[in-house]
Design a protein around this ligand. Structure first.
Ligand SMILES: [Zn+2]
Ligand SMILES: [Zn+2]
Length: 327
């Protein structure tokens, strides 16, 4: 079971958010048959994403999307996470593999490459978006997240992220962010820096310690206070459905839809997030046409059942014809 812990140290001067995402990273690796390097990149990114929801979001229905848009062979990593603990993520090229680095570690930095780290917050209830981006500095994820928090949010923080494997399966996927609050005293910051340096790699520590033990080590001498008596559950969750698959096909024109039926005998729609494949039958494709009204002159879509009306009655269509809608 994946979970998240929150707490405070140094009399509220340092905020701590930590997550064990092992089961989620393993599920996504499995669904997309990802290589180890891609799994490490996606696991670190999704862990960062869920930790950031507790720094950047307020409302339970707000969403955070995190994207590494780099020039490396992975092509891009995308994470969608919310304060409700729901996470999903994917990489554009799930099966690429790179040689190990000289120190024997997976080369996540080269897989992601250089480019842009973009974080978008969608605020409930209207979904208003706030987007900010920074340059990718290493592609190793933790450094890039720390840089994002410093540059875009003016928050000084230590970010630790790690994914470790047991042959091909994910053995550990976890992360901790220690964030300096505006009123932190400088002695606490010095102690935090020394603690982080002495701590070493998160995945090494998790071989013998619990996540809570790791937090206690990192906040040594600063009285860590756990705020989540019960750990907050985290889960892989995709919002896709048969209706959304149909909506994707409705995007094609009636002529293109008929071609799909004639050439392929139906359509396979694959969800990019969870890799679920859905077969849409010719009857379902035809039902789209039955539920929409188009201009008889130029074929522009006027109305589709289940969607907000795209044009108003008596308005002029793109071709100049008067729009006629049923009441
Ligand atoms: Zn899905
Ligand atoms: Zn028209």
């Amino acid at each position: 079971m994946s979970y998240l812990l929150r707490g405070l140290a140094a009399n509220g001067g340092i905020r701590v958010i930590a997550a064990d995402t092992t089961t989620i990273t393993e599920e996504i690796r499995n669904r997309h048959e990802m290589s180890n390097t891609v799994t490490a990149a996606v696991g670190r990114s999704l862990t960062a994403g869920i930790l950031l929801t507790h720094i950047l979001l307020k409302n339970h229905r707000d969403r955070l999307s995190l994207r590494f848009k780099g020039d490396g062979p992975i092509g891009g990593v995308v994470v969608d996470a919310g304060l409700n603990g729901n996470i999903r993520a994917y990489a554009s090229n799930p099966d690429i593999e790179l040689p190990l680095r000289e120190d024997g570690k997976l080369n996540v930095g080269a897989a992601i490459g250089r480019g842009e780290l973009n974080i978008v917050r969608s605020h409930a209830p209207k979904g208003d978006e706030y987007s900010s981006s920074v340059d990718i500095i290493s592609g190793e994820v933790a450094e890039d997240i720390a840089q994002f928090l410093a540059q875009s949010e003016q928050i000084a923080s230590a970010v630790l992220l790690g994914v470790r494997f047991d042959a091909k399966n994910v053995k550990t996927s976890a992360g901790i962010i220690l964030q300096a609050m505006p009123d932190v005293d400088s002695a606490a910051l010095d102690l935090l820096e020394a603690n982080v340096k002495a701590f070493g790699q998160l995945t090494d520590n998790l071989e013998t310690k619990s996540l809570l033990d790791c937090i206690n080590d990192l906040t040594w001498g600063m009285e860590f206070q756990l705020l989540t008596e019960d750990a907050l559950p985290l889960q892989f969750n995709c919002q896709c459905s048969e209706q959304k698959a149909l909506d994707a096909i409705a995007y094609f024109s009636p002529k293109e839809r008929q071609e799909i039926i004639i050439e392929d005998g139906g359509a396979e729609v694959v969800c990019q997030w969870c890799n679920t494949k859905r077969w849409i039958t010719p009857e379902q494709i035809n039902s789209i046409s039955a539920n929409e009204i188009r201009c008889s002159d130029c074929n522009t879509l006027w109305y589709r059942e289940g969607q907000a009306t795209q044009v108003r009655a008596d308005e002029l269509c793109a071709c100049g014809r008067k729009v006629e809608l049923p009441n």
